[in-house]
Design a protein. Structure first.
Length: 270
């Protein structure tokens, strides 16, 4: 049996452009792993079975596509222990799929040489979870460039009580309806320029805000000491970055009546 952590991510910036001919949107986003993780276990078996999370479809699909690429039957049992909130903007499903791919591939003889194509076919952010450190993701989100960014801060995650994430399709449809892609080239240029100037944690303030979603909870976290706060991905979860653990604890306490909260730190790899 093989097991590993499947870490969550936050989007430290998310700039979204127009829809492409394939229906996907151009993006420029900065993704940072955090030390909040599901647990994945994989073992060889006589058939394919995924347990532990009834709503899973991505891990099962990942293992099915891996088997097809390897020319074998999908004969693994996978167990998912969920700790990352579901459909919140933290990439938990994508991270689970990437981790399951890696663990199952390690059991193959010979393994599939390149998992990137399989990962990208599952979702634009799945390839990110094969990489170490923060990444700039461009194109549809699968083209990755490693970034050197500060890691010396604490992260408060706040999921508003009763919040339900709209489908990704609906979020992007709303973005298109309000002509959100206008000015994409300028916003992307601003993001790249801001990344060039980041030397210390507070320099992350210069990164542009999330194009897809906003939340008044982000402003509350800033009032309580966050040097950067925003929605992650398509939301609804909000993150705040704090210089000290005590600051993060105080902010979490201030919003816990209105949100479920977690306190965590950046992670380099899952």
């Amino acid at each position: 049996m093989s097991r590993a952590a499947a870490t969550a991510k936050i989007n430290l910036a998310l700039v979204v452009g127009p829809a492409r001919s394939d229906g996907m949107h151009e993006v420029a986003t900065v993704m940072q792993r955090i030390d909040l993780a599901d647990r994945i276990e994989i073992e060889e078996a006589d058939d394919l079975r995924v347990v532990g999370f009834d709503d899973d479809s991505l891990v099962r699909e990942a293992l099915t596509r891996l088997a097809a690429a390897a020319g074998v039957l999908p004969r693994w049992h996978a167990e998912i222990e969920k700790r990352i909130p579901v459909a919140a903007g933290l990439g938990g499903g994508s991270s689970d799929a990437a981790t399951a791919l890696r663990l199952a591939n390690d059991l193959l003889r010979p393994p599939v040489a390149d998992l990137h194509e399989i990962a990208a076919s599952l979702g634009a952010d799945v390839p990110f979870f094969f990489r170490s450190g923060p990444q700039l993701a461009t194109g549809t989100g699968a083209d990755l460039q490693t970034l050197e960014l500060p890691q010396d801060y604490w992260v408060v995650l706040a999921l508003p009580h009763g919040a339900a994430k709209a489908s990704t399709r609906a979020v992007y449809a709303s973005f298109d309806d309000r002509n959100g892609a206008a000015g994409f080239e300028e916003r992307r240029s601003d993001l790249l320029h801001a990344l060039d100037t980041v030397r210390h944690r507070r320099d992350l303030v210069a990164l542009p805000p999330n194009d897809l979603a906003s939340s008044p909870l982000a402003e509350r976290l800033r009032v309580h000491g966050a040097f950067r706060a925003d929605v992650s991905g398509a939301g609804p979860i909000v993150y705040g970055l704090f210089p000290r653990e005590a600051d993060a604890n105080a902010a979490a306490a201030a919003v816990e009546r209105d949100a479920r909260v977690w306190i965590t730190v950046p992670a380099w790899y899952g």
